[in-house]
Ligand binder design. Structure first.
Ligand SMILES: *Cc1c(COP(=O)(O)O)cnc(C)c1O
Length: 378
């Protein structure tokens, strides 16, 4: 294949990252602590408005520590959005607890408040009180937080907000990840900004962030020797990675703007084609448009073209696209977990496609993608 590869979403450096990393080398802060870690945490806390942040080795670690802080242990139940990446649910099992999966609703593709309530009611009737609820702002689209928070409060279950894909997104002006006491961010290589790999816990409660820092550095008690009264983890972010993060924070707004432009481009150029639907923003919602997602209805497209037809046509031109996340309740590893829903997420998985969405795509790249799509759909 000689055509240059177009990736779904690849790292996009701004330029200043190298300076922060060089500073770390020059001052020998090559460790999981240092001025870049402090600076990056400050940037995140300020940007999201939470006030406090702990920089960690991954978003998965942030979810795991949140569950630990909420006391989740063997035999417990934790409610989780089914339509998500497996990292939202895996830490539940690390703790020996059982995930309970909730279907999506059609407006945002995120946790259905209706089925959340049905699950809480049903569990209550069985004498079960779940330890946490994990809604996700998938693909950067804010979940219906007002409804979810209200239901969670009524049943007195705390929320861990998985905003791993939603840095830069907001709902009624409030940043995704700042709606509960536990907000999760990820800076993996394909996210809207990257530290090559990393994550953060954000919170408006300083004690949670202090505890996250303590647990993520092997839970060392305050003593001259190494004294431990808790089980600890090695989950802290390195000062090198945090240097990349500080540089990336300087261009975050540009990255959001560029990804939103990608979405507008695709939407404009595919407007005339029947059977192609886009994920739209509800009133008050602002999506970072991490990935542009479409759903393809083969009953309505010309010639019955399906999601797979489009994906394979793009692949043949060396263009990466990807089916939407396969819901967790359909994953072999979670086959025995309870599920509440009506098949919405399953349908999205069947018909949905993520299009190349990097902030570093050139106009030429976007034209190449749209040309292939138009030719398959005509
Ligand atoms: C990426 C991602 C995570 C995990 O983040 P890592 O930093 O890769 O551990 C969690 N949830 C969702 C929805 C994600 O997309």
């Amino acid at each position: 294949m000689n055509k240059e590869k177009i990736w779904l979403s690849s790292p996009h450096m701004g330029g200043k990252e190298r300076e922060f990393v060089t500073e770390a080398f020059d001052s020998n802060w090559v460790a999981p602590l240092g001025p870049n870690v402090d600076g990056f945490e400050k940037d995140l806390a300020t940007f999201t408005g939470t006030g406090y942040a702990a920089a960690l080795s991954s978003g998965t670690a942030a979810i795991h520590l949140s569950l630990i802080m909420l006391g989740v242990s063997a035999g417990d139940y934790v409610i989780c959005q089914s339509f998500t990446f497996s990292a939202s649910a895996n830490p539940i099992v690390y703790q020996g607890a059982t995930p309970v999966f909730i279907d999506s609703e059609k407006d945002t593709w995120n946790m259905s408040p209706e089925y959340l309530e049905a699950a809480l009611q049903d569990l209550k009737s069985k004498g079960i009180k779940p330890k946490a609820i994990i809604p996700v702002h998938l693909y950067g689209m804010p979940a219906k937080m007002d409804e979810i928070l209200k239901i969670a409060a009524a049943y007195e279950v705390p929320i861990i907000e998985d905003a791993a894909e939603a840095l830069g997104s907001s709902l009624n002006g409030k940043a995704c990840g700042s709606f509960s006491n536990f907000g999760v961010l990820s800076f993996n290589g394909n996210k809207i900004i990257t530290t090559s790999g990393g994550g953060a816990l954000i919170s408006n409660k300083e004690e949670h962030i202090k505890m996250a820092r303590f647990l993520s550095t092997q839970a060392r008690d305050n003593a001259p020797h190494y004294q431990h009264s808790h089980i600890g983890y090695n989950y802290r972010m390195s000062n090198i990675a945090a240097g990349i993060g500080r540089g990336q924070m300087l261009v975050l707004q540009d990255r959001v703007n560029q990804r939103r432009k990608n979405y507008e481009f695709y939407k404009t150029h595919l407007a005339g084609f029947d059977g192609i639907a886009f994920l739209e923003e509800n009133s008050g919602a602002f999506s970072n448009r991490w990935l542009t997602c479409i759903s393809v209805d083969p009953a309505k497209t010309k010639g019955g073209i399906s999601r797979e037809d489009i994906r394979l046509a793009l692949d043949a031109e060396n263009i990466e696209s990807r089916p939407l996340w396969k819901p967790m309740h359909l994953q072999p590893v979670f086959a025995n977990a309870p599920f509440y829903g009506d098949g919405t997420a399953e349908k999205l998985f069947e018909n949905g496609l993520c299009l190349p969405s990097g902030s570093n795509l050139s106009q030429e790249d976007l034209n190449r993608v749209i040309q292939v799509m138009k030719s398959v759909l005509s």
